[in-house]
Ligand binder design. Structure first.
Ligand code: FAD
Ligand code: NAD
Length: 467
């Protein structure tokens, strides 16, 4: 029987990064993945394919609607080759997952393909079809991720009533896509299909979209996406979904208790994700799972069994790839006897619509709830030379800082490339910068990043220079 210092179950951005860090630290490492392809949700049916479709559909929309503004005329009709767009997405995924296989090889990590299940706290049985083998591991990291959640009355047929996985590989562009849930997936994929010509209706239970982000971001993104043609129905509680032939009917009640129906040819159910532990047989190792199906962990991501850890979507916290990866590194270093730390307040959140939406730290709502006195500085993208040059004038940067100390407490952005700009805010907050610190740093001109400096100037003493 093969013996390992560490076995990692699951090869998503949590698992594969944990395995690499373990190997870097000199531990003999195995990774177990039930699918033939490594990379988990993120690489196969999450971050990477959704961004590939967002990028492709963005080019299509630019060609249709914006090239002319720049003096670019295309003779004849612009045609969409949806099949090719989906094939390109698959090629991007293929290239990226092969990259992970290369990294496993480079770091001398043994890859086992098959379902990993605990026999006891130090033995894992790996089953692939008829074949079963058992390995011994001194430590195990559970990184089994998550699956799409649904509503109890919905029968996901995966043909017309879809999760994000099927919505990333459709064979045709929907005529009318009804999206249940105005969160990250609903808005990213809703925007993809809106650009490709679908009518898109987003039905959201809360009174605003992306309800966990700062309310100014919800308002701005909804305003811009409405201009792009997406229809929004907030404060609508979905109560039934049915299918007849090619027609899907979604029934909801609005805030006045009035029943509203939406008829489409496809429905995307994007109401969150749930931790995945099926088939893991955690009970054989004595590992505790919470009522909500999560693996229960302490601050060191250690389960109730001391040699078994868990990371990523299967444990508490934001279901984000970079959060899973940070946790993978943390656990590897803890096993190696180091004392690493993650500041969960500084894990950024991004929505890759256009304009992009990015956040780090506390929202204005959270500061109010916690009764923390703060200052707010905001700068609109439309006042930037760079935004006018590119034609991306929607959005803003908002910086919230402590009223007394000026320490930056939260940064919230909507606009072009803010998914990349948020890194500046994370860096500043990691070093506990004040708004004035950011305001005094030189930002290249003309860039979108100047909005960060201007918002910091606005938060410092209402000193923004260009509004
Ligand atoms: P996963 O990536 O889910 O990987 C878990 C792996 O474990 C899977 O490969 C699974 O097959 C395997 N597994 C499970 N059980 C077993 C077992 N018993 N034996 C063997 N293998 C097993 N996050 C971002 O940060 N940015 C984004 O842009 C983004 N976009 C997304 C878009 C979509 C459409 C979706 C669905 C998600 C997106 N996410 C994004 C979320 C991100 O994908 C997850 O947070 C991330 O993949 C979690 O990583 P993980 O390693 O915890 O689990
Ligand atoms: P989400 O939590 O972002 O959004 C779900 C939305 O559905 C919420 O706005 C919620 O209020 C709404 N909802 C819940 N029940 C409803 C009902 N009965 N009727 C109408 N609306 C209802 O979840 P998601 O969009 O499914 O994404 C799942 C996870 O994947 C998220 O946790 C996210 O972190 C991750 N993800 C991240 C990215 C990214 O980082 N860019 C992209 C996609 C997914």
């Amino acid at each position: 029987m093969s013996k390992y210092d560490v076995a990692v179950i699951g090869s998503g951005p949590g698992g594969y990064v944990a395995a690499i860090r373990c190997a870097q630290l000199g531990m003999k490492t195995a990774i177990i993945e039930k699918y033939d392809v490594l990379g988990g949700t993120c690489l196969n049916v999450g971050c990477i394919p959704s961004k590939a479709l967002l990028d492709s559909s963005h080019h299509y929309e630019d060609a249709l609607k914006h090239f002319e503004d720049h003096g670019i005329e295309i003779p004849g009709d612009i045609k969409l080759n949806f099949k090719k767009m989906i094939e390109r997405k698959a090629a991007v995924v293929d290239q990226t997952t092969k990259g992970i296989a290369f990294l496993m090889d480079k770091n001398k990590i043994d890859v086992f393909t098959g379902m990993g299940a605990f026999k006891d706290a130090t033995h894992i049985e790996i089953t692939n079809g008829e074949k079963t083998e058992t390995i011994e591991a001194t430590n195990t990291i559970i990184a089994t991720g998550s699956k799409p959640a649904s509503l109890p009355f919905i029968k996901l047929d995966k043909d017309r009533i879809l999760t994000s996985t099927e919505a990333l590989s459709l064979k045709e562009v929907p005529k009318h896509l009804v999206v249940i849930g105005g969160g990250v997936i609903g808005l990213e994929l809703g925007q993809v299909y809106n650009r490709l010509g679908s009518e898109v209706s987003v039905v959201e239970y809360m009174d605003r979209i992306i309800p966990t982000m700062d309310s100014a971001q919800s308002k701005e993104l909804m305003k811009v996406m409405k201009k792009q043609g997406v229809k929004f129905y907030v404060s609508h509680k979905v109560s039934a979904v049915s299918k007849k032939g090619k027609e899907v009917t979604v029934t909801a009640t609005d805030k006045n208790d009035k029943e509203v129906t939406f008829k489409g040819d496809y429905c995307l159910v994007s109401v969150g994700r749930k931790p995945y532990t099926e088939g893991l047989k955690a009970e054989n190792a004595g590992v505790k799972i919470t009522e909500r199906g999560m693996i229960d962990v302490n601050d060191h991501l250690q389960t109730n069994i001391k040699n078994i850890y868990a990371i990523g979507d299967v444990v508490r916290g934001a279901m984000l790839a970079h959060k899973a990866s940070e946790e993978g590194v943390l656990v590897a270093e803890i096993i190696a006897g180091q004392k690493p730390h993650i500041d969960y307040n500084l894990i950024p959140g991004v929505v890759y619509t256009w304009p992009e939406v990015a956040s780090v730290g506390k929202t204005e709502e959270q500061l109010k709830d916690a009764k923390i006195e703060y200052k707010s500085g905001q700068f609109p993208m439309r006042a930037l030379g760079r935004s006018r040059a590119s034609g991306d004038t929607d959005g803003f940067v908002k910086i919230l800082s402590d009223k007394k100390t000026d320490e930056v407490l939260g940064v919230h952005m909507v606009g072009a490339r803010v998914a990349d700009l948020i890194a500046e805010a994370v860096t500043a907050m990691e070093f506990r910068a004040s708004a004035e610190d950011i305001a005094r740093m030189s930002h290249a001109h003309p860039t979108y990043a100047e909005a960060v400096k201007e918002a910091a100037l606005a938060a410092t003493d209402d000193r923004a220079l260009h509004i």
